[in-house]
Design a protein around this ligand. Structure first.
Ligand SMILES: Nc1ncnc2c1ncn2[C@@H]1O[C@H](COP(=O)(O)OP(=O)(O)OP(=O)(O)O)[C@@H](O)[C@H]1O
Ligand SMILES: CC(=O)N[C@H]1[C@@H]2OC[C@@H](O2)[C@@H](O)[C@@H]1O[C@H](C)C(=O)O
Length: 396
């Protein structure tokens, strides 16, 4: 660790304005989201501008390598060890290429904020062993990213949150609270990625606390089904397949009986639970001969229904949508129909690009670690400790 790098870090912390590149690779494994953010100040005084955003799609071979271990109970330890480096090297290469594309010098980026790739999420509610801890594993080591890009990198944000008593996810509440809450409007921010999650942001005169929670599947089972039966398609673009099918009500009722959906909030989950295997077992029990189109129609309705069911009791004034599910017209339409008295918008309306939102949230967490005060979160978020998150890697 050189004194020069440490001095640079404290100079960055002291600046009035920082450029932070947020990196997010979610459960859909479609690519690396990169959000270059300009952040002024910190805490509730944070002012944010999205300078530019891009998603670099993954090569099929990279994606397959990740899928070898992704959300699996048993894997090769050698594969896992190699992937920790491969993911970081791949992300570093994508960052270097993207910065060149944007004609941004690396010295103009103060920090990288890297989420890494979740390969296994194991809160107690999922592993079911009360004597064991909450745990989660994100690969793509920050040291490799930092050395290969030459940029100070903050990474692995979830571990400290678990150490301080959380489940390590969702972390969205921290950023949403600082950037998106409103004095006069009770908001729900709904992100539909592989898994769907919400952040509840009560208006000032409400006694409730803010919280983030996973609520069930977004696209992950639909994507799995498409990859299995409609290869080489990786997802149901514009819901073309689901729109051709009819919902199987018996199967839908069976899917909605999943105990996770009834657990109190906040809670987290992942493709470890909501997998293609989970769905196919229930389909075999209730509707073995179902056509692929009907299966996709049922899955689409299931995501919409479980999402609406989680939001309705919160009685928000407005819901703001982000994530890849924003682009699925059938899913969006069904959510809107199931919540007739609530305005459903995308986060565009709040000045936030819906595809960039999660990458931005990690940039914001990095900004808080170097320049913020965790006390700003004290007693404000249910189930989420007031701490700064992220490990610091220096390039030399
Ligand atoms: N035009 C479209 N039509 C239908 N679905 C789409 C469309 N565009 C994107 N999607 C869906 O969005 C998914 C990608 O979403 P996103 O990038 O938000 O997920 P993620 O960040 O990987 O997930 P998570 O938030 O769970 O970690 C795709 O896999 C696909 O299912
Ligand atoms: C363990 C993990 O990576 N969880 C992700 C995933 O993707 C959506 C949902 O499941 C959410 O809990 C989380 O990501 C977002 C960014 C979060 O922590 O807020």
């Amino acid at each position: 660790m050189s004194a020069a790098s440490l001095a640079r870090l404290s100079a960055i912390a002291a600046k009035g304005e920082r450029f932070v590149l947020g990196l997010m690779s979610g459960t859909s494994l479609d690519g690396l989201d990169m959000a270059l953010c300009r952040l002024k100040g910190s805490g509730t005084d944070t002012r944010f501008t999205l300078e530019t955003f891009a998603t670099a799609p993954y090569e099929p071979s990279f994606r397959e390598a990740v899928l070898e271990v992704f959300a699996k109970g048993q894997v090769s330890l050698e594969d896992l060890t190699l992937l920790n480096v491969t993911i970081a090297e791949t992300h570093a290469e994508l960052v270097n290429r993207q910065l060149a594309d944007w004609r941004r010098d690396k010295d103009s980026v103060d920090l990288i904020a890297s989420h890494g790739q979740t390969v296994y999420h194991a809160p107690r509610s999922l592993h079911g062993r009360p004597e064991k801890p909450n745990a989660t594993l994100q690969l793509g080591d920050g040291d490799h990213l930092s050395v290969r890009t030459g940029i100070i990198t903050l990474s692995d944000f979830r571990q400290k949150q678990i150490a301080a008593g959380g489940e390590g996810a969702p972390l969205a509440a921290y950023g949403d609270l600082l950037l998106m809450s409103d004095h006069h409007e009770t908001r729900v921010l709904l992100n539909i990625g592989g898994i769907a999650n919400i952040t509840f942001l009560p208006r000032a005169d409400q006694d409730d606390r803010a919280f983030s929670t996973d609520i069930g599947p977004g696209n992950t089972i639909m994507d799995g089904y498409m990859r299995r039966y409609f290869a080489p398609l990786a997802y149901d673009e514009d819901a073309l397949v689901a729109k051709r099918g009819t919902v199987c009500e018996t199967l839908l009722v069976r899917l909605l009986q999943e105990p996770f959906l009834k657990l109190p909030v906040p809670k987290t989950t992942g493709p470890e639970l909501f997998s293609l295997g989970w769905f196919e077992a229930k389909k075999e029990e209730t509707a073995p001969g179902l056509s692929h189109e009907d299966a996709m129609a049922t899955l689409n309705r299931f995501s919409a229904h479980s999402i609406a069911q989680a939001i309705a009791p919160l009685r928000p004034d407005a819901v703001f949508l982000s994530g890849g599910g924003t682009h699925n017209p059938l899913l969006r339409g069904q959510i809107a129909e199931a919540l007739p008295s609530v305005g459903l918008h995308t986060t565009d309306r709040l000045g936030m690009n819906p595809d960039a939102k999660e990458a931005v949230l990690f940039a914001l967490l990095a900004n808080e670690l170097v320049a913020g005060d965790p006390a700003v979160f004290e007693s404000r978020i249910l189930g989420a400790p007031a701490i700064g998150m992220g490990k610091i890697s220096l390039p030399d």
